[in-house]
Design a protein around this ligand. Sequence first.
Ligand code: NAP
Length: 349
Amino acid sequence: MTIKEKIPVGILGVTGSVGRQFLRLLADHPWFHLAAAGASHRSAGKTIATAVADEDFPEHIANMRIVPCVPGEAMPCRIVFSGLDSSVAGDIESEFARAGYIVISNSRNHRYDPDVPLMIPEVNPDHLELITSQNFGAGCIITNPNCSTTGLVLTLKPLYDVFGVEAVHVTTLQAVSGAGYPGLPAIDMIDNVLPYIAGEEDKLEREPLKILGDLKNGAINPATITLSAHCTRVPVSDGHLECVSVKLTRTTTEKEIIDCWQNFRAKPQELDLPTAPQQPLHYFADERLPQPRRQRHLEAGMAVSIGRLRPCALLDFKFVVLSHNTIRGAAGGAVLNAELLAAQKPSLF
Ligand code: NAP
C-alpha cells in the first residue's frame, strides 16, 4: 500500500521516554511527516536539540522548536501521538480530539472508555470500528496498552484462538525506561530489584480482557480469563521480560504451541504496514534466550521473543517473553495503530 501525500503528525510529550522514541520512529517515516512537537511549559520554546540533549537527531528534527500541547496553529497536524504523563493526558487528549485531531495515545487515561479502542493491531484490528461511536466529530481517540500487556497479549493471542486460554499467571521483570525520563534515581536501581510498580498489576490483569474481547453490536464483551500478575522493576535499560504460565482449554503439545507462535501473522503483515514486523513472534529453542540485551531490537524492536516453553506443574505450560517496552510496548505500537487506521480508513485523511 502507498500513501499519495504524507500525513502531517505531531507528538505530545516529546521530551519523555516514549516521546523520544516517537522522534526516532517519525524522523523519516514513509507515510507521516513530523510537523510539530509538544511538551509542557517547562520545555516549550526550546529546540529538540536543547531539550533532548543526550541524543543526535537529523537537522530538521534537531532544530524543531517545542510548542505547548494546545490544539491550533502551533500543531498543524491530522494525527497527534501522545506520550503525555498520565496526570495530564486525559484532559489534553480529549481537548485535541474535540478540536478534530486523531489522537493515538500511550497513556492509561482513556483505555477503559467503552467507545475507545485499546488496540494491538495484530490482535484486535476489528476494534477500530469503535471510533465510529465516539462523539468528537472529525477527531477520535485510539489507545495502545501498557508496555507489559503488549508482549503478553501478542503471545497469548494465537494460543487463545487455537487452544483457548483459561488462566494466566505472569511475573514481570521490567526495564527502567518504563518509569519515564529521567525516571528512577540510579541509587535505587543499581544492584537492586524493586518488587512493586504502582498500578501496573491492575493494568496487566485488566487490559488483556478488553483487547481479547469480542466486538458485538458496538460494544466489547471482555474475554473471560483468570489473570494474576506480579510486576517488578529490574536494572535493565530497555526490554521487559515476563515469566508466564498458562492454562489452556484444549490439550496440546509444545510443538503445536511453537508452530502456532512461529506461524502467527495478522492484519499488519497482510497489509504490509511500514512498521509491522515480518514475523511478530519468534521462538528461541536455545534455553538461554531471550535476553533483553540480545533480542530487544529484533525486527527494529517490533517483534516479541519467546523462549523456555515447558510443562508447568500448576497450570499447563510456562515460558518467557521479551518485548521492547518503549518501541513495541509504546511508540512503535502507536505508530502501527496509526498506519492501520490510515490503511483501513483512508477517508479520514
Ligand atoms: P515521561 O518520560 O515522564 O514523559 C512525560 C511527558 O509528558 C514529557 O514530555 C513531559 O514534558 C510531558 N508533560 C508533563 N506534564 C505536562 C503538561 N502539563 N503539559 C504538556 N506536557 C506535559 O513519561 P513516559 O515514560 O514517556 O510515558 C508517557 C506515557 O506513556 C505515560 O502515560 C506512560 O504511562 C505511558 N507508557 C510509557 C511506557 C514506557 O515504557 N515508558 C510504555 C507504555 C506506556 P516536560 O519534559 O516538558 O515536562
